[in-house]
Design a protein around this ligand. Structure first.
Ligand SMILES: [Zn+2]
Length: 90
């Protein structure tokens, strides 16, 4: 079923949905706040220093360099900082 591109997408979404449900349950069980970020929120493209959104950031760009303030940071670290601040901005 995973070779069928229409079915495989549905199966992957089901597995991801189950993963999110387990994560939400375990968080609640352990008294940890669960926050689900919007899938289209630009976590990687937003500068964690000034908030500027770099629209032309490609997946191959592993270092984020802000066009506004020239802040340079690892792409994943930048996204994780933005994710930690997500609840405050959403
Ligand atoms: Zn910036």
């Amino acid at each position: 079923m995973l070779k069928n591109k229409h079915l495989s997408k549905a199966i992957q979404e089901q597995c991801f949905h189950k993963f999110i449900s387990i994560l939400e349950y375990k968080s609640r069980f352990n008294g940890i706040e669960f926050v689900k970020a919007d899938r289209f929120y630009p976590l990687s493209k937003t500068c964690s220093c000034c908030g500027e959104i770099k629209k032309d950031l490609k997946l191959k760009d592993r270092v984020f360099i802000c066009p506004s303030c020239n802040y340079k940071i690892d792409r994943d670290k930048n996204a994780s900082i933005n994710l930690s601040r997500y609840k405050q901005s959403a």
